[in-house]
Design a protein around this ligand. Structure first.
Ligand code: CAA
Length: 379
């Protein structure tokens, strides 16, 4: 960590401990998202970390960004996820948007005044995203959208949505990407999901019924929406990996603290070799995940995004988050299973990290495709 990163993380740690932590248990129980907390993170400067200063971003690197997400996730996985999805929307606008689109939509997102959401999945098109059925039919001055989107993180609390819809024939080449706004006529929300974890982050269905989207809200050109989505997801997957690392680190910290203070058989349980092996494995896996997330982030900073590394980082860090949080509950035993300690919440929050932004099975598909391509000369 360089000096700037140390300073950033130290201040952020205090902010999260003082502002977010006191609400987490109650808000997890009530499923309550606090816009004032999100806007507070915005004032702190972490809702648009990598975006250029020209559009209100902090102009920092992707490595700085993954440190930020790790720090927030140590206190709240849902708030870290809200930032990561909103940041993915910003990266998409910054990379594929026109100057006009960037000026219009980015400042409110980078400042944290508003939240962004990403709408690709549909009830029958999750892993097979190119099978999406929402249509966008050309009409005078724009498009009419019809269909629905499922499992949308920040659905209902976000103001700007990147929505993928079909303008052409079947498959990836028939997909286009649009910018929609909360309140657009014909755009409503369906049911709010009841979930195992991420309870403070709302997940909702989006419904489009003859929803008019002006031509100026198309990203790039017709038929390039799948590339927009996949490019956004490369960065998104690294961010989800970073959140996994924060989740693992918190579970490990809680486990060590508890193992040092808990006495059984006249000694602290940390001194039992069985527990030492467990804690050592948890620490090693967490550090290995962090290094992989950093390797992927470095490729983004070098403007040479390595999709294989992005998928590896997401896969490793989120599988690790699941195993480390599960082991943390085991280390704490009976109390670990209660809401008296935060480890059970982190275990519930870890599970969906293995599912969102491409299941970990899809990450393996992406990695295998790269391995095949890299080794075609052997065939
Ligand atoms: N960057 C840019 N373009 C890419 C790309 C990438 N990383 N990966 C693929 N593409 C392009 C390809 O080049 C191709 O275009 P060309 O034909 O012009 O070359 C086009 O996209 C289609 O690619 P594929 O042939 O590989 O497409 P596929 O149908 O075989 O699907 C897949 C590939 C990897 C399985 C993909 O469908 C996928 O990632 N599925 C998972 C979906 C997903 O991650 N959903 C996440 C939902 S969002 C979410 O969870 C956010 C949240 O709210 C938390």
């Amino acid at each position: 960590m360089n000096e700037l990163q140390k300073e950033l993380c130290l201040g952020l740690k205090k902010f999260c401990r003082d502002t977010i932590e006191p609400h987490m248990e109650e808000d997890d129980h009530d499923g309550k998202f606090r816009m004032d907390i999100f806007q507070g993170l915005g004032k702190y400067g972490v809702t648009g970390v990598t975006l250029p200063e020209e559009f209100g971003g902090a102009g920092l690197s992707c490595i700085d960004y993954v440190y930020v997400l790790e720090e927030i996730a140590k206190v709240s996985v849902p708030y870290a996820v809200t930032i990561s999805v909103s940041s993915m929307v910003q990266s998409i606008l910054n990379e594929y948007g026109t100057q006009e689109q960037k000026q219009k939509y980015l400042p409110a997102l980078t400042s944290g005044e508003e939240i962004g959401a990403f709408a690709l999945s549909e009830s029958h098109a999750g892993s097979d995203a190119a099978g999406l059925k929402t249509t966008a039919k050309k009409t005078e001055g724009g498009y009419l959208l019809n269909g629905s989107k499922m499992w949308i993180t920040s659905g209902g609390i976000a103001k700007t949505y990147i929505v993928m819809a079909r303008t052409g024939g079947e498959g990836a080449k028939g997909v286009s990407a649009f910018i929609l706004r909360d309140g657009d006529i014909g755009f409503t929300y369906g049911k709010k999901e009841k979930k195992m974890g991420w309870k403070t982050s709302p997940t909702r269905e989006l419904i489009f019924e003859n929803c008019f989207v002006p031509e100026g809200n198309l990203l790039l050109s017709e038929g390039r929406g799948f590339t927009v989505a996949m490019g956004g997801l490369d960065r998104g997957r690294v961010a989800i990996g970073a959140i996994g690392v924060g989740c693992s680190q918190r579970a490990l910290d809680e486990s060590i603290k508890y193992a040092l203070s808990r006495q059984q058989f006249k000694q602290c349980i940390f001194d039992f070799q069985g527990l030492q092996f467990m804690l050592s494995d948890m620490a090693t896996e967490t550090e290995a995940s962090r290094l992989l997330v950093h390797a992927a982030a470095k490729s983004i900073d070098a403007k040479n995004t390595n999709s294989k590394l992005c998928s590896m980082a997401k896969l490793k860090a989120t599988d690790t988050a699941m195993s480390v949080t599960t082991d943390a509950v085991q280390v704490l035993g009976g109390v670990g299973y209660t809401s008296e300690y935060p480890v059970e919440r982190f275990m519930r929050d870890a599970k969906v990290l293995q599912i969102v932004e491409g299941t970990n099975q899809i990450q393996r598909v992406v990695i295998a495709r790269h391995l095949k391509k890299e080794n075609e000369h052997h065939a």
